[in-house]
Design a protein around this ligand. Structure first.
Ligand code: 13P
Length: 252
């Protein structure tokens, strides 16, 4: 069984006052062998301060996207190296909101992931199908295509994390059923082992989409679910910590 990773994605939420949430989470989690890894991906403006707030604790801090280049004339963008220097250890790439609203393709996502790895960050590469794709029975075909494209050029299975986030479950309160989650996660595991051999077994595959304290105990034990990527429920320390506790109880 892989050590679980409980990751929060604050998206475009969070002002300086919300650093208290980071402090509360940092103070509550521990470093025991059975504890999950815990990560908060905060807005870039808070990253350096969040990293300071988490110092000395087991809490890790991450970014939410990065450019595929290290530097250059890319107004408004942020590079993996910048995130790393500000204190990030991880960065989300290919979140569906970036793919949909910013036109990020599988090729771009793969290049972003490589840039993250080259800058010493662990990319969390997101994949997931739309409701239309699911209802027309194309889920696994879509997932396979996204995996093939988004992992292009990534030769080290130990260097990245995957997150399966069905688009129709993000921010909607609609959670995929355990059977739907297991089907995709098992498929992703087979894909990874086909591509990376035994090393593919150790890649962590997170589930994301309306994960909350009320459903974590049902979702986190599913086979090949190695943690969660949590949006709304990561904004409140108590909710996020409750999910961390559920993950902790599973490994004890
Ligand atoms: P919610 O947990 O708010 O559904 O968001 C999931 C997500 O997109 C995490 O990246």
């Amino acid at each position: 069984m892989n050590r679980k990773l409980i990751a929060g994605n604050w998206k475009m939420n969070g002002l300086r006052a919300d650093l208290q949430t980071v402090r509360d989470v940092a103070a509550a989690i521990n470093k025991t062998a059975t504890a999950p890894d815990v990560l908060l991906c905060v807005p870039a403006t808070l990253l350096a301060q969040a990293a300071v707030a988490a110092e000395g604790s087991a809490l890790k801090i991450g970014g939410q996207t990065c450019h595929l280049q290290v530097k250059g004339a890319y107004t408004g963008d942020i590079s993996a190296q910048m995130l790393q220097e500000a204190g990030a250890t991880h960065v989300i790439v290919g979140h569906s909101e970036r793919r949909t609203l910013h036109g990020e393709t599988d090729e771009i996502v793969a290049a972003q992931a490589l840039s993250a790895i080259n800058s010493g960050l662990t990319p969390i590469i997101c994949i997931g199908e739309t409701l239309d794709e699911r209802t027309s029975g194309e889920t696994l075909k879509v997932i396979e295509k996204q995996l093939g494209g988004s992992l292009s050029g990534l030769t080290d299975a130990a260097a990245f994390v995957l997150a399966y986030e069905p688009l129709w479950a993000i921010g909607t309160g609609k959670v995929a059923t355990p059977d739907q989650i297991a089907e995709v996660h098992d498929f992703v595991r087979r894909f990874l082992m086909g591509r990376y051999g035994q090393a593919g077994d150790a890649v962590r595959i997170l589930y994301g989409g309306s994960l909350n304290p009320g459903n974590a105990a049902e979702i986190l034990p599913i086979s090949n679910v190695d943690g969660g990527l949590i949006g709304g429920a990561s904004l409140k320390a108590a909710d996020f910590l409750s999910i961390c506790m559920t993950a902790c109880a599973l490994t004890e």
